[in-house]
Design a protein around this ligand. Structure first.
Ligand SMILES: Cc1cc2nc3c(=O)[nH]c(=O)nc-3n(C[C@H](O)[C@H](O)[C@H](O)COP(=O)(O)OP(=O)(O)OC[C@H]3O[C@@H](n4cnc5c(N)ncnc54)[C@H](O)[C@@H]3O)c2cc1C
Length: 467
């Protein structure tokens, strides 16, 4: 990591300090360090400076100051993103949005709340609960992930099958454009069809089109009863058969899939016990929530399903947490695993079983000593494919083959983590030439000089200096 500031850095630091205060402009490599590497320690890069504005006006002034001296910006929230979009590539100003963490009072009439982009998911969940409502998105990184970052990636998580991804929760937002202008759509009106849907466009734009500063979120009523079940079945097709039977339940809130080899590894590495007496080839984690106790309706469906081999039910908080720990332990085990091919993809559910066996065959042929670790949000077709123990020099070849296989099975090469820098070489596997050109035109229209997050989504835009 370079300790030497780039030429002109002192002038820029001074003008940024005039905007945000000197203590919020970090030039010291030690102070910058935690912002310059992602949370799994895979992607890192030197920032010219780290700047931490406190509100929208300061963000706009920072953007203008950087634009004047021709330095690009990388927006960063909680830095839990897994595709490298929120860490510098080298020489940009790292724009941390974490200080924009104000949560306004919940609007109970509308069932909405306006929050700063830097508010964490956990803080917004707590604020909603205090008003007897819920934000209908949940994911394992809830204590660090910010609402701005979740808009940036159009985050998914465990409740998408019932409530949709982050885009479905965003009623409006405020954002700073690449020229420092501010767009604001925070009225909360559900019917407001004046021109293009800019908030929808910014969801999933990964900091490349604008910097999100405030977000108006839809909330849902808090459902008082919750039950979680771990269901053991004999194979992937049986898991899908159980899921088909569960879909008509209005209370179905989450459906996750895990395979026995991965679960055994998780139990060993993270030290967890399964509540099921025996082992099964595949496991479904199912959660139902309702204003009444959904245990009976869940039991009725599972009881009538011949594919079900065994069920463990968690009705109290401890029982539910023990089942979810097995699922969340998968992410932890991947990190412990090191040398990982780590892919986040979606498949049409009808192709999941066939795809799984092809994938295992590819891994066995290419990397017989590696360990495939699959799990996912099966309710929406989202699979996390991890292959542990692949030598670094061969991860690229395996990634190429697996992503090509996904595309050939009608899947998407990015389900919920975005493209970032990790998958920018593969965008054409998921989008036609015309589609990519339309996206480039939007990028060029909103950010003609490549000021915001260069190198993310579109590889050849990478340049810390503006063109
Ligand atoms: C243990 C674990 C579990 C996870 N589980 C899930 C899961 O189930 N589902 C899921 O979708 N993701 C999951 N993730 C990934 C991650 O939590 C999400 O991508 C999350 O949305 C990132 O939020 P963040 O604030 O950390 O964003 P960052 O990592 O800081 O940034 C992510 C992207 O958004 C951009 N960005 C950040 N803030 C802004 C802003 N204010 N304006 C414009 N652009 C911005 C960045 O430039 C970058 O491109 C998980 C991660 C971990 C570590």
């Amino acid at each position: 990591m370079s300790a030497l500031p780039a030429p002109g850095c002192d002038d820029l630091a001074a003008s940024l300090a005039a905007v945000v205060g000197a203590e919020h402009v970090l030039a010291d490599p030690e102070l910058r360090a935690s912002y310059e590497v992602d949370c799994v320690g895979v992607r890192r890069g030197d920032a010219l400076l780290v700047v931490r504005p406190a509100d929208t006006a300061e963000v706009a002034a920072v953007v203008v100051a950087c634009r004047e001296v021709g330095v690009a910006l990388v927006p960063q929230g909680g830095n839990t993103g897994l595709t490298g979009g929120g860490v510098p590539r080298g020489g940009e100003v790292l724009l941390s949005l974490r200080r924009l963490d104000r949560i306004e009072p919940v609007d109970v009439d509308a069932g909405q709340v306006t929050v700063g982009a830097g508010a964490t998911l956990a803080a917004v969940q707590a604020a909603a609960l205090a008003s007897d409502m819920e934000l209908a998105v949940d994911l394992g990184a809830r204590d660090q992930a910010t609402i701005g970052g979740m808009v940036g990636t159009n985050a998914g998580g465990t409740r998408v099958l019932r409530h949709g991804s982050m885009r479905a929760q965003v009623v409006g937002l405020e954002a700073v454009l690449a020229d420092g202008g501010v767009v604001e759509r925070l009225s909360g009106l559900l019917k407001d069809n004046v021109g293009y849907d800019l908030p929808g466009l910014l969801c999933g734009s990964e900091g490349t089109l604008a910097v999100v500063t405030r977000v108006r979120l839809r909330l849902v009523p808090r459902l008082s009863h919750r039950v979680t079940a771990l269901v053991g079945v004999g194979n992937t097709s049986d898991a899908l058969a159980v899921l088909r039977r569960l879909r008509p339940l209005a209370s179905l809130d989450a459906a996750e899939i895990m395979w026995d080899d991965a679960l055994a590894l998780v139990q060993e590495r993270v030290g967890l016990r399964s509540p099921l007496a025996g082992r099964h080839a595949v496991y479904l984690l199912v959660e139902c929530t309702a204003m009444h106790d959904p245990t009976d309706e869940l039991a009725q469906v599972l009881g009538a399903c011949s594919a079900v081999e065994d069920v463990a039910v968690g009705q109290d908080a401890a029982g539910r947490a023990a089942i979810w720990a097995l699922r969340h332990g998968h992410a932890e085990s991947v990190v412990i695993g090191g040398n990982t091919v780590k892919l986040d993809v979606t498949l049409p559910l009808g192709r999941l079983a066939a795809f799984e066996s092809r994938l295992r065959a590819v891994c066995a042929r290419r990397e017989p000593d590696a360990v495939p670790l699959l799990f996912g949000h099966v309710g929406d077709g989202n699979l996390h494919v991890n292959v542990l123990g692949v030598p670094p020099e061969r991860t690229g070849e395996l990634t190429d083959e697996v992503l090509t296989l996904f595309a050939a099975h009608g899947g998407s090469i990015s389900a919920e983590h975005g493209i970032g820098v990790a998958k920018r070489a593969y965008v054409r596997l998921g989008r036609s030439a015309a589609d990519v050109e339309a996206m480039r035109a939007i990028k060029h229209g909103l950010d003609p000089r490549g000021m915001l997050n260069p190198g993310v989504i579109f590889a050849e835009n990478h340049s810390s200096k503006l063109r």
